[in-house]
Design a protein around this ligand. Sequence first.
Ligand code: SF4
Ligand code: SF4
Length: 190
Amino acid sequence: MTQPLQWQDEAADMRFMREVERRSGAPVSACFQCHKCSSGCPLAPDMDLLSSQVMRLIHLGQQDEVLRSETIWTCASCEACTTRCPMGIDVAGVMDTLRIMAVERAVEITDRRPPSFNKAFLTSVRWHGRVFEAGMMALYKLASRDFFSDIEKVPGMIKKRKLSFLPHFSPAAKAVRRVFKRAQEEEKKR
Ligand code: SF4
Ligand code: SF4
């Protein structure tokens, strides 16, 4: 028997929330909108949606609005929200999951710089076991096409020996690569 349209919509709404819960391991459905997470978020003034609003939109199955929001890329993963949540919801982990889902679904966002930076940072850490700043900036500039911002800071950084053009590897680089591989394997299982 075909289900009424309204039930089909509700099932689709639930599917998005259940997927976020399964992949993040966070009980998003337990959020009761106390706003403790967003009131303690240091980046809330720069976000288009507060973290508590992201939670509510997930409840409502507003997948497009959530995955297109700049908030998920503005989030600095500081975990202040996670620490403050009375329901033990790992809000920072949810933001991580939403970023992964946005990349997987090739969601178009207006400002490509945050996801480009995120990708360049993780690539650099995976290759070197730590951040190799010059290499990371080259990757970021190519991906974002943002070639000239902050360029005036480069001479000062070179002078103060803050920017090396030779890659440097962490002694734990191999172990870090194993962590990335393991994380990818775990992600596939979810
Ligand atoms: S982890 Fe992200 S959302 Fe949570 S408090 Fe920090 S910046 Fe805000
Ligand atoms: S602190 Fe927790 S329960 Fe309160 S709004 Fe944020 S996620 Fe929801």
